[in-house]
Design a binder for this molecule. Structure first.
Ligand code: MSP
Length: 516
């Protein structure tokens, strides 16, 4: 690790009014894969996640639960920390917006905005959705049969009229558009970038950034009757975690963040409000915001009332951890909406994992175990077919790197699975079991080529499936020091004669109980 190349990436911080579900696990998983990838690729990574604990929504949930907001948030925030170990996430920090470090950071951000003349006191009269913690214009709303005002997200809105501080967002319209033009990769995918730009072009109104009708939040410095708007509070977590307001140390090292990963529902906050707040406070905006799609369950929207909310534990207990991680990032082109179905999950487990990857590994390693004295075989001269397979494996890194770095996880996996397919065809064509009697030296070469291909595959699948990949690398006697991407290619090649442990299956088939 050189320490000179840094990569800072963040998940949204999760509202603690809810228990974690597959949607939350998805956002953090995508970041985890990217963080692991960048570390293996030699970067000094900071990967942040956490919980969003203030605001009216959380205050209401605490009230409904009959406990004080702080006790409530302590309890529910823990569910999100438990999700970290359940899903094997490798975050370097877990921030809670109720922590003193965050309160100090948000208040300093406020002061800087105020002293730059970007905030003024006025009064707000308009619609607010507690569920979305967002303000809506009359023109954006529809009326339900019972006369309620409904936001485009389906959330109910209420009329709010109170004194409020405003952020001069309207003044940032042109500078934001200029910023998007100059930084074409700032918002991804491209379709989402167009949506955001159209929204900004349609005109920005000043944004209400404080409320006086509830208490659960960070007081405005100098006017504690006002509680800061929960989105201003929440977004600032990204700079708190690198030490803001101290701008030396981690802030100097990691800010601006390389990537904020968000769901499509919260893109506007990250791609419009957040860079405007930062630029107004004379701080650098982040480099990129990626908006991923939403999961439905067996074709239906996930909702408590439908009772179809999937807890990440259920997936992990039913299908296995690495299987779940693999499915979520392989099934759907990242950025699109996707549907979770048991049938598709089983097909992926039995097809891609058991039949393709698992079978390649298992048959190769068990032949080596039985026929090569349980040690890395000694290869002879390579044929064209050998070179083709080794070449494909050794050329994977730049392909996979480009896809992962543009958050095309599914394409990175397609590229890896193309080589798994090549490997399986190579085994069938070379038929090492037949060579055992006719040409044992050639058999040893074929098995060496396979082992070396598998070494590449297992190093590259570590970010997605850390446990399964580690088991495969154990079986190739590749210790922790031999697992970085610097070991890919001929330089890190397996050494003939290295003793290997007894092979064991890594990707079991999933059998539906009803059918077994
Ligand atoms: N607290 C805010 C974020 C503040 S960031 C400064 C918030 N929290 S949330 O808990 O409601 O949502 C967090 C993330 O979960 C969002 O990125 C959202 O898109 C994601 N998902 C929630 N349900 C989802 C699905 N059904 N599918 C995929 N992701 C979903 O918003």
């Amino acid at each position: 690790m050189t320490g000179s190349k840094t990569f800072y990436l963040t998940t949204p911080i999760y509202y603690v009014n809810d228990v974690p579900h597959i949607g939350h696990a998805y956002t953090t998983l995508a970041c985890d894969v990217l963080a692991r990838f960048m570390r293996l690729d030699g970067y000094d990574v900071k990967f942040l996640t956490g919980t969003d604990e203030h605001g009216q929504k959380v205050e209401k949930s605490a009230m409904n639960a009959g406990i004080a907001p702080q006790e409530f948030t302590d309890r529910v925030s823990k569910n999100f920390r438990d999700l970290v170990s359940l899903m094997n996430f490798s975050n370097d920090d877990f921030i809670r917006t109720t922590e003193p470090r965050h309160i100090a950071s948000v208040q300093e951000l406020w002061r800087r905005l105020e002293s730059a003349g970007e905030i003024y006191l006025g009064s707000y009269a308009g619609w607010y959705s507690v569920r979305d913690e967002a303000f809506y214009g009359e023109d954006e709303l529809t009326t339900s049969p019972s006369g309620k005002k409904i936001a485009p997200t389906g959330a109910e809105c209420e009329w709010v009229e109170e004194p409020s501080y405003f952020f001069r967002l309207s003044a940032w319209q042109d500078r934001l558009l200029e910023f998007y033009e100059q930084n074409p990769d700032f918002i991804a995918p491209a379709g989402k970038r167009n949506e955001v730009m159209a929204f900004v072009k349609s005109g920005l109104k000043d944004l209400s950034v404080s409320r006086t009708t509830f208490k659960w939040g960070i007081p405005v410095p100098g006017n504690p009757d006002h509680i800061m708007y929960v989105w201003l509070d929440a977004l600032a977590n990204y700079i708190t975690a690198v030490g803001f307001p101290d701008e030396s140390g981690e802030y100097a090292k990691y800010w601006p963040a390389n990537l904020h990963m968000v769901g499509k529902d919260i893109l506007r906050f990250h791609a419009v409000y957040w860079p405007a707040f930062l630029m107004a406070a004379k701080l650098a905006p982040p480099k990129r915001v990626f908006a991923h799609g939403w999961w439905t369950i067996e074709g239906q929207k996930m909702s408590k009332s439908l009772g179809n909310v999937i807890a990440p534990e259920t997936l992990v207990n039913t299908y296995g951890l690495d299987q779940t991680r693999y499915f979520l990032l392989r099934e759907v082109p990242f950025g699109n909406d996707g549907d979770f179905s048991h049938k598709q999950m089983v097909q992926r487990i039995n097809g891609n994992l058991a039949n393709d990857y698992g079978n390649l590994v298992q048959r190769s390693l068990s032949m080596i175990g039985k026929n090569c004295g349980a040690a890395v075989p000694q290869p002879g001269a390579f044929t064209e077919a050998d070179d083709a397979l080794l070449g494909a494996a050794r050329n994977l890194l730049p392909i996979v790197r480009a896809e992962i770095r543009s958050q095309s996880f599914h394409k990175a996996l397609d590229a890896i699975w193309a080589v798994i397919g090549d490997g399986n065809r190579y085994v069938d064509e070379q038929a090492p079991w037949a060579l055992k009697k006719t040409d044992p030296a050639r058999m040893a070469t074929v098995l060496y080529v396979l082992a070396e291909t598998i070494r590449h595959l297992a190093i590259l699948t570590q970010p997605i499936m850390p446990e399964a990949s580690a088991k495969i690398l154990d079986q190739l006697a590749q210790g922790p020091e031999a697992r970085g991407f610097d070991r890919l290619g001929a330089g890190g090649a397996l050494v003939a004669g290295t003793p290997l442990p007894t092979p064991q299956g890594v990707f079991p088939r999933y059998v539906d109980e009803a059918k077994s």
